[in-house]
Design a protein around this ligand. Structure first.
Ligand SMILES: NC(=O)c1ccc[n+]([C@@H]2O[C@H](COP(=O)([O-])OP(=O)(O)OC[C@H]3O[C@@H](n4cnc5c(N)ncnc54)[C@H](O)[C@@H]3O)[C@@H](O)[C@H]2O)c1
Length: 296
């Protein structure tokens, strides 16, 4: 595998592009939004420079890594990719329609994959002529740092394709785990009560955002509290994932979204990416990068 295509250059697409280019793969980064493509390329440059400053990336890797990433706005530019990984919004209909067009533009032996957090790989594959070559490759946020990758085997995914998906994750220095195609797979299903109970505590005025985050970190030794994590993930994406798991379990109350999530999305307070979520990141760019922020 030498050349990969990434469809969707948002939070996850940019992180995966960075990890793949650092692993010396050629990357075509596709998005419908040229502003997002420009911002993602800038974000990758900034993060690589931070990696160099911290001594984690050799300085001579900066230019070749950036040169390997080609931002594009036409799906036909993905025709020579060995793997095309989709990371657009968490919406089954959007992903299905998009994969129809991706398959038309891909070479026949290409692997097609979704970074979906919760949707059925088998259901997305239903729009494809070659569902055996389709799988889930689920990275975690930030994708350039987090080691775990869930490799999701759909009903029709071939064994060979599962092996190739796991090999791709390893090539990026990740730890792949092959999982069943169930709503939310392992990690996102396990994480639903973490966010859900935090939102209920907040909604019932039992504790503040800051108190809940602080308690989880100091007593539970978590790296981040639930509200910091929702801000990092994107509150819109987190709501879509919760809604998707809830729907796929036919309205199982354990997975029900909280009205506060919808309210935040309606207000456009999506977390770090919009400058405001459960915390306010808009005071200065430096504060945003370092995660310093005030509660909203
Ligand atoms: N954010 C997370 O923490 C996280 C973690 C793991 C997996 N995921 C999954 O990854 C996927 C992407 O999430 P994200 O957080 O990067 O979203 P995001 O909102 O940051 O980015 C989505 C990008 O997709 C683009 N897009 C939308 N429709 C498109 C289309 N039809 N064609 C091309 N581009 C299109 C948008 O312009 C945007 O740049 C979702 O399926 C999500 O569930 C997210």
């Amino acid at each position: 595998m030498k050349h990969i295509g990434i469809v969707g250059a948002g939070t996850m697409g940019a992180g995966i592009a960075q990890a793949a280019a650092l692993a010396e793969l050629e990357v075509t980064l596709y998005d419908i939004n040229t502003t997002v493509l420009r911002q993602s390329t800038e974000k990758i440059r900034t993060e690589l420079k931070q990696g160099i400053q911290k001594g984690k990336i050799p300085p001579e890797k900066l230019d070749p890594t950036l040169e390997r990433i080609k931002p594009r706005t036409s799906l036909s530019d993905l025709s020579s990719c060995d793997l095309i990984l989709e990371a657009v919004i968490e919406d089954l209909r959007v992903k299905r329609d998009l994969f129809k067009r991706i398959e038309e533009n891909a070479k026949s032996e290409a692997l097609l994959a979704s970074n979906t957090s919760s949707l059925s790989i088998t259901a997305i594959a239903s729009s494809l002529h070659r569902p055996g070559r389709f799988l889930g490759i689920h990275f975690f946020n930030p994708a350039n740092i987090m080691k775990l990758v869930e490799v999701v085997r759909g009903r029709q995914t071939s064994d060979e394709v599962v092996g190739q998906g796991a090999a791709f994750a390893k090539k990026l220095g990740k730890t792949p785990v092959v999982v069943k195609d169930t709503p939310g797979f392992i990690v996102n299903r396990l994480a639903r009560p973490f966010y859900g109970e935090a939102l209920r505590l907040l909604g019932e005025h039992v504790a503040t955002v800051e108190q809940i985050d602080r308690i989880v970190k100091t007593s539970g030794d978590f790296a981040m509290g639930p509200f910091e994590l929702m801000d990092l993930i994107g509150i819109d994406i987190n709501l879509a994932v919760t809604q998707s798991i809830y729907d796929q379990y036919f309205g199982e109350p354990r997975f029900r979204p909280h009205p506060l999530q919808q309210e935040m999305v309606d207000a456009g307070w999506l977390g770090r990416k919009s400058g405001r979520g459960f915390y306010n990141y808009s005071e200065s760019k430096n504060q945003q990068a370092s995660g310093t922020r005030k509660p909203t």
